[in-house]
Design a protein around this ligand. Structure first.
Ligand SMILES: *Cc1c(COP(=O)(O)O)cnc(C)c1O
Length: 219
């Protein structure tokens, strides 16, 4: 099936309150443009340099989401245009975003990445670290960063019960925090392999690559 057909099917399937980030990493701009012409405006990338090159080539009404792990020295390249940074997992990174966003007189929305998977390799904070960050005076004083929710990745497994348990854990944190803080509105969870479960567990934003663009070839 074509990119536009894949998008149409997904749009029909997703509830209206769930936003769709089209994960276009490794894909050529021609593929992104096909999605753009089909109405897609939110694209997700996991490398700052690749995202910046695509930002330069694509129409300016695209929203660019950084979904990958961010190195602090790369923040300056996306501070001018990035719409949402999903993978914030330290105060140091947040401070750099604050500094670089300030240079462009912008407020950059961010999600705190929470570690919910069993694998050691996935990035993210635990619940205690996230709460400490949210409550710290230093973060509350930031003028160019706005934390608007959480992001998580489930364990890469066929075990749907395991995935569900992990998404439910993140949803519980989201509910607890958003009840006290109205600015916490986004719960980014779900990829091609697990978005149905994620949406059932209360996701408000899914990040989908393969099911839109086809399998990626890494060289
Ligand atoms: C690549 C990636 C996705 C999309 O994965 P697919 O399996 O292609 O849907 C989602 N989230 C993150 C953080 C990714 O790196």
């Amino acid at each position: 099936m074509s990119i536009s057909e894949n998008l149409r099917n997904l749009k029909n399937e997703l509830p209206e309150h769930v936003s769709l980030v089209a994960v276009s990493k490794t894909k050529p701009v021609s593929d992104l443009m096909e999605a753009y012409r089909a109405g897609q405006r939110i694209f997700g990338e996991n490398k700052v340099q690749e995202m910046t090159e695509k930002w330069q080539e694509m129409p300016k009404d695209v929203e660019w989401h950084m979904i990958g792990h961010v190195q602090r020295n790369k923040v300056k390249y996306m501070a001018e245009y990035v719409s949402l940074i999903h993978g914030v997992d330290s105060l140091k990174l947040l401070k750099e975003i604050e500094k670089q966003a300030g240079k462009h007189q912008r407020v950059i929305p961010c999600l705190l990445q929470i570690h919910i998977a069993e694998e050691e390799t996935k990035f993210g904070m635990d619940e205690g670290e996230a709460m400490a960050l949210l409550q710290s005076e230093e973060v509350q004083a930031m003028k160019h960063v706005k934390i608007i929710g959480f992001m998580g990745m489930a364990t890469f497994t066929e075990d749907q019960a395991q995935i569900k348990k992990e998404f439910q854990t993140l949803k519980a944190l989201f509910d607890k925090v958003s009840a006290e803080r109205p600015e916490i509105q986004v719960l980014s969870m779900g990829m091609s392999g697990d978005y149905v479960t994620a949406v059932a567990c209360g996701s408000t934003m899914v990040r989908i690559g393969n099911s839109i663009f086809g399998a990626r070839n890494y060289h």
